[in-house]
Write a protein that binds this ligand. Structure first.
Ligand code: ADP
Length: 569
């Protein structure tokens, strides 16, 4: 009946835990696990990082183009008017090159008047000027009209001629803007142009731009950089990639694969290796590509780390959940067991109270009837009544003490005490009972035990409880040993018997409140399960502790240790 009720309670608990905690938590963990797995399988983190790279590259490309357009348009605005004299035109072109050191040369072609080409004032540009002028006049002489027509159709009347070419310094990347002047009539074939200095592009324009893009984008807020959707799409951890520094490079797109070591420009921290994502540039820098990667890491490594961290977190969560469950289960189990012990306690105590009361009543009534004639018999009855009432008060004292301890209201009255005398007196009042029950009492009190500060009543009660247990739990061999001795700075009080003993597994639990062992003899003996828990409380309050050594069938030895120094006062 009892165990059925308990297993019912346990089943209800498991069901509640299962439905309320385990099921939702487990579902969450599994769903998250699947989610992380799918991210890992589909390489979603890498894809998102690459998409962001692509976006960043396209922005950088736009920036480069708009800067090149801006510089060119600025130069074009300074171009001479059609009505200017040739000298005036030369002067104005010269002014443009002096103001815009990034151009290798500027030129003005008029089908009627030929070409005026103004090189930058440096030896290399001047050396290449004649060759370039020849090339432009030849080309525009043939296709000038067609080019003007083409330019007229464009939203911006600028076209670009870009690519690698032979110069006096070797193979270089060049980009030249060619523009028309829409304000002139359709019959006129007039073209202007400005060619970026290859050295300027390589040494200043590209590096500065790369520096600007890499530093700016990664000190700024990712949300600004990538827009709101970044946060919506990016798994949390991967968001930290803006903290990882980027590196970018510009290289000739068609030759990169064949010659990966020939970049045109690199941002700081590129190190070595290929770009993770590349982007082919359009006009004005056709023929080039932008490449991007992380400094010192890769999208794959970031993704791997993220996946690992996620799995780790999920693992830790699962372990915590299981741990929590086990703890809860154990603590509820304990409560269920305690509830059972409490109900056992009530019935045990009622039994214990009833027996002495019945005896006292029986003997008192017998005496009252006056049927007992011999004084000896009378004395025997008196002593039974006295002993039974002593048993009652011991029990009631235990219960009162216990309830005080439970309420945290138990107070001890520590006084300097001759503990040897205390032990002797306590045993004396039990000696008759002990001997009458057929026990051999071996009392061994070492001489010279110093006085200690203890609560007399409490220590006596502890000893009485231990002695009572020894008497209760002995069957065949009736022996009671009490020893008081000093071991260095510890005072030891030992109570031993040769009774039924205690199973090893139960030895640690006998000091728990209400706990009684499963031995059949214990079940047939009255008891409340409070005695040893009180003894332990008392010894601990004195700064000491209690230990048990016991072998089932051979007997038990309880040892109280009380420290002689550092005593609580
Ligand atoms: P009780 O009122 O049951 O004696 P205690 O707290 O004094 O309660 O003891 C707890 C349990 O420890 C007992 O029920 C018994 O099973 C076991 N026990 C205590 N002392 C002894 C002993 N000397 N020999 C064997 N078992 C003992």
């Amino acid at each position: 009946m009892k165990s059925k009720r308990e297993s019912n309670a346990r089943f209800r608990l498991v069901l509640t835990l299962g439905l309320a905690v385990v099921l939702p938590a487990l579902t969450l963990i599994i769903v998250n696990f699947q989610h992380v797995k799918s991210i890992q399988r589909d390489k979603k983190v890498e894809a998102l990082i690459h998409r962001d790279f692509q976006y960043l590259l396209s922005i950088s490309a736009k920036k480069m183009a708009s800067k090149a357009y801006q510089l060119t348009e600025q130069a074009r605005d300074g171009f001479p008017a059609d009505s200017d004299s040739d000298d005036e035109k030369r002067r104005k072109l010269d002014e443009i090159v002096s103001k815009n050191p990034w151009f290798a040369h500027v030129f003005l072609f008029d089908s009627k008047k030929g070409i005026i080409l103004q090189p930058q004032h440096n030896p290399m540009s001047e050396r290449d000027a004649g060759e370039s002028a020849k090339m432009y006049s030849g080309w525009f002489g043939l296709e000038g009209a067609y080019l003007c027509d083409q330019l007229r159709r464009r939203p911006k009347p600028i076209m670009w001629m870009s690519g690698e070419g032979e110069r006096s310094g070797g193979m270089v990347y060049m980009s030249t803007a060619i523009f028309s002047f829409p304000e002139l009539g359709r019959d006129r074939v007039v073209l202007g142009g400005a060619s970026f200095d290859p050295k300027y592009l390589k040494q200043t324009f590209f590096p500065e731009l790369l520096k600007e893009v890499t530093s700016q984008s990664f000190t700024s807020d990712p949300e600004q950089l990538y827009g709101q959707e970044f946060h919506e799409l990016m798994p949390n951890e991967a968001i930290d990639h803006p903290d990882k520094r980027l590196a970018m490079m510009i290289y000739p797109s068609d030759t990169f694969k064949a010659e990966p070591d020939r970049p045109l420009a690199m941002s700081a921290g590129w190190g070595s290796g290929k770009p993770e994502v590349s982007y082919k540039l359009d006009d004005p820098f056709r023929g080039l590509a932008l490449g991007i990667k992380f400094q010192g890491t890769t999208a794959e490594a970031i993704s791997r780390r993220w996946v690992w961290q996620s799995f780790l977190i999920l693992g830790v969560l699962s372990v915590l959940m299981i741990g929590g469950l086990v703890l809860t289960y154990r603590s509820v189990n304990k409560q269920v067991a305690l509830a059972r012990l409490k109900s056992d306690f009530v019935s045990n105590v009622s039994h214990e109270l009833r027996t002495p009361l019945a005896l006292i009543r029986l003997y008192a009534e017998t005496l009252e009837l006056g049927r007992i004639t011999t004084q000896e018999k009378k004395n025997e009855y008196y002593s039974i009544i006295r002993k039974e009432s002593e048993r009652l008060s011991a029990l009631i004292n235990n219960i009162l003490d216990f309830s005080r301890i439970e309420a945290g209201a138990k107070e001890y009255d520590f006084r300097e005490t001759d503990i040897a005398e205390l032990v002797r007196n306590t045993l004396d009042s039990y000696r008759y009972q002990i001997e009458q029950q057929g026990f051999a009492l071996e009392e061994q009190i070492d001489p010279g035990i110093p006085a200690v500060k203890v609560d007399r009543e409490a220590i006596a009660r502890a000893l009485v409880n231990l002695v009572n247990n020894a008497l209760k739990y002995s069957d065949n061999e009736k022996f009671l040993g009490v020893r008081l001795y000093r071991e260095q700075s510890v005072l030891k009080l030992e109570v031993s018997d040769r009774g039924i003993g205690i199973d090893r597994n139960e030895q640690s639990r006998i000091f728990d409140k209400f706990y009684r062992t499963c031995d059949p003899l214990v079940h047939n003996t009255k008891g409340s399960g409070l005695g040893l828990s009180l003894v332990r409380h008392i010894t601990r309050a004195h700064g000491g502790d209690i230990e048990v050594e016991s072998t089932p069938g051979r007997g038990s030895k309880f040892t109280l240790s009380l420290p002689l120094v550092n005593q609580s006062t």
